[in-house]
Design a protein around this ligand. Structure first.
Ligand SMILES: Nc1ncnc2c1ncn2[C@@H]1O[C@H](COP(=O)(O)OP(=O)(O)OP(=O)(O)O)[C@@H](O)[C@H]1O
Ligand SMILES: NC(=O)c1ccc[n+]([C@@H]2O[C@H](COP(=O)(O)O)[C@@H](O)[C@H]2O)c1
Length: 191
């Protein structure tokens, strides 16, 4: 049986790794989708698809399950997104996600979906990690060692600080208003 798990992985952290280890116990092969693959160099999506491929490929090297890493760009239309995913991925039998929209879209398309409880979500959340990198607070213990290596190789902390501070919405310096601060085209939350 082949499973599919998609995330933005900005960055790939120990919550994702925990979920992958659980999935690995249920499937023979795993497709890891790198979501929002066209996005990079924003506060919410600082890393390129290639950099995220590197993070997850290295972090999954010791995993006992064959893994295929597939970058998947976003589409304007949610209604055809599952077909888009299927067109980019090896065939899969079950999708894993804790994202309510993703769960709904797969279920409506007739794909079996499995969810799992969030693992240490108070710290293992992408936005929390990005905030820690910007502020200079501890983040290295919250991601696999291979992700630390990749982020250091690409000078990722310096990048995320720069894109956060040069943000077009004038939210420079703010570390708590990521959605507002991001210049990636998302509609900001109302103040
Ligand atoms: N701590 C966690 N435990 C279990 N699943 C998680 C955890 N964090 C994220 N996930 C799940 O992994 C998938 C990919 O998540 P994603 O890449 O958006 O990470 P995130 O930590 O939620 O990041 P962000 O804050 O950037 O949105 C989603 O299904 C998400 O619900
Ligand atoms: N219409 C679309 O392009 C569409 C719909 C649902 C999810 N997605 C993507 O799937 C990924 C889901 O990952 P998260 O669970 O990490 O949010 C994200 O990259 C998200 O942008 C895209």
């Amino acid at each position: 049986m082949r499973g599919f798990y998609i995330g933005r992985f900005q960055p790939y952290h120990n919550g994702h790794q925990h979920m992958v280890e659980e999935i690995a116990g249920e499937v023979d092969e795993l497709v890891l989708g790198i979501g929002s693959a066209g996005d990079s160099h924003t506060r919410r999506n600082p890393f390129t698809a290639g950099e995220r491929v590197m993070m997850v490929t290295k972090a999954l090297d010791d995993l006992d399950v064959r893994t295929y890493v597939v970058p998947i760009e976003d589409l304007e239309r949610n209604s055809v997104w599952v077909s888009h995913v299927q067109s980019m991925s090896p065939h899969f039998d079950v999708a894993y996600s804790n994202n309510p929209l993703v769960v709904r879209l797969f279920e409506e398309a007739g794909v079996e979906v499995r969810s799992s409880p969030m693992f240490k979500r108070e710290v293992l959340e992408g936005s929390e990690l990005r905030g820690r990198m910007i502020r200079g607070d501890g983040w290295r213990d919250l991601v696999p060692d291979e992700v630390v290596e990749t982020i250091e190789e690409i000078d990722g902390v310096s990048r995320i600080r720069q894109v956060a501070s040069s943000d077009a919405n004038g939210a420079a310096g703010s570390v708590d208003t990521e959605r507002d601060a991001d210049a990636d085209g998302e509609t900001p939350d109302p103040a």
